[in-house]
Design a protein around this ligand. Structure first.
Ligand code: ZN
Length: 141
């Protein structure tokens, strides 16, 4: 296991605008507010979404576009540093009109209908993602 002991520096609470791309909007927000380590939680609704599933054998993400209005039951994740920039890593669970759910690793474009976020800016040293030979993923080092 690998971990940092840290504390919350500041908490931001707000909402997205209709039409925002979640990943893009958050990466801009992190850069503007100089947030390089933090926690993210989102609820609301999307007009459409893109999710990924990491194929562990092929070592790549299988992308799926869902062109449906859905509820965001939960999006949670974190921000850390990849290639010297804030990198947002989120996982999502959505519900369709009939109540069934689907989800995965959140990708762009995922377009907001309405949505609320809480972001916790964490103190302490940067958390940096680097390529990991064992998994093919960019993991915290
Ligand atoms: Zn993921």
């Amino acid at each position: 296991m690998f971990y940092h002991k840290t504390n919350i520096k500041k908490v931001y609470i707000g909402r997205f605008n209709k039409g925002d791309d979640i990943i893009e909007a958050l990466e801009n927000f992190m850069a503007q507010n100089k947030i390089k380590k933090g926690i993210i939680n989102i609820i609301g609704a999307v007009q459409r979404a893109t999710i990924g599933y990491y194929d562990q054998k092929k070592r790549k993400y299988v992308k799926k576009k869902i062109n449906l209005p859905m509820e965001i039951l939960n999006i949670s994740g974190n921000v850390s540093v990849k290639e010297n920039k804030p990198f947002v890593h989120l996982h999502a669970v959505f519900s369709k009109k009939n109540g069934t759910t689907l989800g995965g690793h959140l990708l762009s474009p995922t377009i907001v209908f309405g949505g609320e976020f809480i972001i916790g800016h964490l103190k302490g040293k940067e958390l940096i993602r680097q390529y990991d030979e064992l998994t093919g993923l960019f993991l915290w080092q």
